[in-house]
Every structure is written in C-alpha cells, then in structure tokens.
Ligand binder design. Structure first.
Ligand SMILES: *[C@@H]1O[C@H](CO)[C@@H](O)[C@H](O)[C@H]1NC(C)=O
Ligand SMILES: *[C@@H]1O[C@H](CO)[C@@H](O)[C@H](O)[C@H]1NC(C)=O
Length: 308
C-alpha cells in the first residue's frame, strides 16, 4: 500500500510549525463535521427529514468538537510474553503451522523470482538508530510490500546480536490498484498478484524466515486482533497508506500495541500525498497526546510513548 511513491518528496523547513495550531483546529473541525454527518446518516429512515430536524442533530451532541473525542482508549488483551509472540501468531493466524513450511507451494513456485526486493527509503539510518536505541524484542511493521525494510531490520538485529527479535509484517499483500504498471514482472494469476509469496520468497532467500512473519490482512483488522490477543511490540514502523485517513487510523491502532515507553516511527513525513496526509496525521496524534515529533531523514519518530 504505497500508492503515492510517484509524488515528489519535499521539505518546507519550519514553515509548517507556525501554522500547526491553526491546522490542528482545521482538522478537528473537518473531522467533527464528518462525525456529525456520519451520525446523521446512521439514523433509521423514518420520515423525510426536514431542515429543522437536521439542525437538532447537531445540538444533541453535547460534547461538541472537543479534542477528547479523538482519544482512543480501548484496552488490549493480557500481554503475551515476547518469547511466545511468534508461536501465538502462528497458532492464531496459521493454524499452528509456520507459513514457511513446504514453501513455496508447487502451484506458485513457477511465478516467483528468487529475490525480487524493492522498497523506498528501506535502508535509511533511522532503522539502525532506533534498533540500537530500543533493542526491540518485537518489531511490528505496518506496510511491508516486498519486505525490503523488514529484511534490512532483520539483518540489523542479527548483526547487533539480537538473535531473538521477531518482526511481524502487517500487509494485505495486494499492493494498490494499478501497482503492476510499475511492477510488470510480478505475476498476475487469476487476478491475484502473489505478493505475499514473493515477500516470503525474499525472506527465505535472505535466510530470515526465523525472524520475520507475514501477517497478511488489512492493517485495521490485523491491528485490532493483535491488540485483542495481547501481541505487543517495542518498535512499530508505519509505512502503509499515505493519505490522512489511512495514516491516522494506522497510528492510533498501532500505538495501542506499543509497549509503554516504546517507539513508533514511520516513513514519508515529507511526502506531498494527500496534502501531506502523513504529517497531518502524525502532528495531530502528537498534539492530542502531548508527544514530541522528531525526524530522522524522511522518517518521523515519536519515542517514549506513554498515553494518558
Ligand atoms: C488445523 O490444524 C488441525 C490440527 O493440527 C487440523 O486437524 C486441521 O485440519 C487444521 N485446519 C485447517 C483448516 O487446516
Ligand atoms: C547483512 O547484510 C550485509 C550486506 O548485504 C551482509 O554482508 C551481511 O552478511 C548481512 N548480515 C547478516 C547477519 O545477515
């Protein structure tokens, strides 16, 4: 889900800081309007609504558009100890059998390239910086595509002596509509692009299948379930959809599976996609939770996350 890579990256220095507060207010207002209309649309159709009724809907929301409405407070399940996380994911998602056993299946083998790795910003210094800082036992990556950054992180953790570290890669492994325009060599088999198999093939070729597991579902459903199961991470990387709504949902869901004091970071803080959707989402999240956003190359970083 990296649909906006064609768009140019641009920095505009500190300019955005000055207008940040106005920006946050704008986002909150537009969101509140969205909520009101969604709330209104869910009402069962009784009589054709008159304009008077439309007006009363707004006044029934006594909370107004307070920033508190954006807080997510759902509690996750009891923590799974780090050494049981790989087993838990294999049991819950793969019916107890590693997805790498007997891989690749004969019907898919002929479509796979031995190693077809392509990523964007996958080798930035931020990965080594954060892995050294956090010494993560569990890393969750949201948006993995062909596995370039996951494989890079597995290499780093091994090189830095963290043999036990597990990297869970959440991705629906479908790319995005039309991604094959730029990846013509990725096979299309009855409408399926086999991206998960190619990702796994890349992991196997790099000899990291003991460290990296795919979690092949949409980011929303996967993060909800991981929270429910108590699967948590010390380091979470967000690099899926780059529009505001996707980034906002991913950050708010992912932070729930972050251990207290963990670090969340993500790519494309400077991308122009969706009027800088990633940055707007990150900044709003930081503002609401009184956290500080740092940058490292093209990445944003929020460390020592502790939600109130
Ligand atoms: C899941 O595993 C159990 C026991 O290992 C097996 O009996 C069952 O057939 C498996 N289910 C599927 C859908 O593969
Ligand atoms: C990490 O990658 C480098 C460069 O590709 C390679 O030489 C090295 O063997 C890898 N290290 C590990 C531990 O996989």
């Amino acid at each position: 889900m990296k649909e906006d890579r064609r768009l140019p990256h641009k920095r505009d220095g500190l300019q955005f800081l000055t207008s940040k507060t106005a920006f946050v207010i704008f986002i909150v207002l537009s969101y509140a309007l969205g909520y009101f209309s969604a709330y209104y649309n869910r009402q069962p159709p009784q009589q054709p609504p008159s304009t008077a009724e439309v007006r009363t809907v707004k006044s029934t929301n006594s909370q107004g558009c307070s920033i508190d409405n954006f807080r997510v407070t759902t509690r996750c399940g009891d923590l799974v100890p780090p050494e049981l996380i790989r087993r838990t994911v294999i049991d819950r998602i793969f019916n107890g059998t590693s997805p790498y056993s007997d891989f690749p299946p004969p019907h898919a083998a002929k479509y796979l390239r031995p190693k077809r790795i392509k990523g964007w910003g996958s080798y930035g210094a931020v990965f080594e910086n954060l892995i050294r800082q956090v010494k993560p036992r569990t890393i969750v990556e949201i948006g993995s595509f062909l596995g370039a950054s996951a494989i890079h992180m597995a290499n780093l953790t091994r090189r830095l002596g963290m043999e036990e570290t597990q990297i869970l890669c959440v991705d629906d492994f479908r790319g995005w509509p039309g991604f094959r325009d730029r990846f013509k060599d990725v096979a299309l088999v009855n409408g399926d692009v086999l991206l998960m198999y190619q990702f796994m093939q890349n992991v196997v070729s790099s000899e990291y299948s003991g460290s990296i597991l795919p979690v092949p579902f949409s980011t929303g459903s996967a993060l909800e379930k991981m929270c429910e199961w108590g699967v948590t991470a010390d380091l979470v990387e967000i690099d899926a959809g780059h529009d505001f709504n996707s980034a906002w949902a991913d950050i708010n869901r992912a932070v729930r599976i972050l251990r207290p004091g963990g670090v969340i970071f993500g790519h494309d803080y400077f991308t122009a996609a969706d009027n800088r959707g990633v940055r707007r989402a990150v900044n709003l999240f930081a503002e609401i939770n009184r956290l500080k956003v740092k940058t490292d190359g093209q990445h944003w970083v929020i460390d020592s996350v502790k939600l109130t």
